[in-house]
Write a protein that binds this ligand. Structure first.
Ligand code: SF4
Length: 381
């Protein structure tokens, strides 16, 4: 049974009814059931009834994160290998019909090496390679080749690229990739169809199964996420947690993580239909932590610096820093190339690391999972 079958057991109407009808007693019961929370508990923790209990949720989220990850926050940086995209996702600056006229570019091998060297010299040991959906500009074999170049510079290389077949994920594995991140954007099928107008990305089912294919191909880490703002965050949040739990079960050899990308800056033609407030995003992160105690949580520079700093003790385990969302943005083209989205936190990696230290955490530049395994070993001794 694939995830689609499981998802069908939790249609929008059922989840919405659970969320809307959750009572304080449901929330308190969910808070008490620390081990193995069930889907009803996810809904209660995501519900309006949980809002008066955010402090208790925060305390538990903090304890769970400390228990599983210690006092560490991993640092990583994205590298965009191309901003060419044949898909038309209405919310994205790279979309073929976004109206953007800035320069589109695919990095050459030499340019990618320059970008890698720039990030390695800043201390990064963990990077995420990204590209638009344009297999003719950047084929799966070219992505694999880019992974092997990045692997010359960093011990940990993950990808966030278009959905691939299982044998293509296996090829990435052979070239050294250890993580695959792929946001479903929204799990709500009608909304999904409305915002994805062109390209293979239109195929909801193919995208939904992609992470499972990556897991079966041997990916050591799998990253889920919904693009927050496309649909009701309480419902999409529920489905994202469900997806993460499913992957933990069927791809038990992979570590599953979750990201919280919130739509803030979008192309002119797009209006964010379900804007999230800071408080709502905090509730989602806390609820997710309580339901996924062992999952790494990623927070990108899409969020404001001060807000990111406040989230450090609440469940986040990985933060990007000093990011550019343009190909060649670190050392070659500056701001000449088209960016995917505007970043909010433009502090340098050194400043972010210092903020993490001042919050009482260790910034970890190396492969976070390996560091985490070290912590587990020392706890077991
Ligand atoms: S979200 Fe991805 S696939 Fe869609 S337009 Fe942007 S880069 Fe292309």
């Amino acid at each position: 049974m694939g995830f689609l079958e499981e998802l069908r057991a939790y249609p929008e109407e059922r989840v919405r009814e659970w969320v809307d009808r959750s009572t304080e007693a449901d929330v308190l019961r969910a808070l008490e059931r620390i081990e193995d929370r069930e889907p009803r508990d996810f809904a209660a923790l995501l519900s309006p009834a949980a809002v008066p209990h955010l402090e208790a949720m925060a305390q538990q989220a903090h304890r769970l994160t400390r228990w599983h990850f210690g006092r560490t926050i991993g640092l990583y940086a994205p590298i965009y290998i191309s901003n060419i995209c044949g898909a038309d996702c209405t919310y994205c600056g790279y979309a073929v019909r976004s109206g953007n006229r800035e320069r589109r570019r695919t990095l050459t091998d030499a340019e990618l090496r320059v970008e890698c060297e720039a990030l390695a010299s800043r201390g990064f040991q963990s990077v995420l390679l990204l590209t638009g959906e344009a297999p003719r500009a950047v084929s799966p074999a070219q992505i694999a080749h880019a992974v092997s170049i990045a692997y010359e510079h960093f011990p940990s290389v993950s990808v966030e690229v278009y959905a691939l077949d299982q044998d293509e994920y296996a090829m990435l594995e052979e070239h050294g990739v250890d993580g695959v991140t792929l946001y479903m954007e929204t799990y709500h099928p009608e909304t999904y169809q409305r915002v994805h107008l062109k390209g293979k990305k239109k195929e909801y089912g193919y995208r939904l199964d992609a992470l499972e294919r990556a897991g079966r191909a041997g990916a050591r880490r799998l990253g889920v996420g919904a693009l927050l703002g496309l649909f009701d965050w309480r419902i999409d949040g529920f489905w994202t947690i469900l997806h993460a739990r499913y992957l933990q079960r069927v791809c038990w050899q992979s570590a599953v993580s979750m990201s919280f990308p919130r739509l803030l800056h979008v192309p002119e033609r797009f209006h964010v239909p379900h804007l999230l407030t800071d408080k709502e995003l905090v509730q989602l992160i806390l609820a997710a932590r309580l339901c996924l105690p062992e999952a790494g949580f990623y927070l990108s520079t899409r969020e404001r610096a001060a807000f990111r700093d406040r989230l450090i003790p609440l469940g986040v385990t990985m933060m990007s820093a000093g990011s550019s969302t343009r190909p060649g943005g670190y050392a070659i083209y500056g701001e000449e190339t088209l960016e995917q989205f505007e970043i909010e936190d433009d502090r340098s990696p050194e400043v972010v690391a210092e903020v993490i230290r001042r919050a009482g955490y260790d910034p970890v530049w190396k492969d976070f999972d390996r560091a985490f395994q070290g912590i587990q070993a020392s706890v077991a001794e």
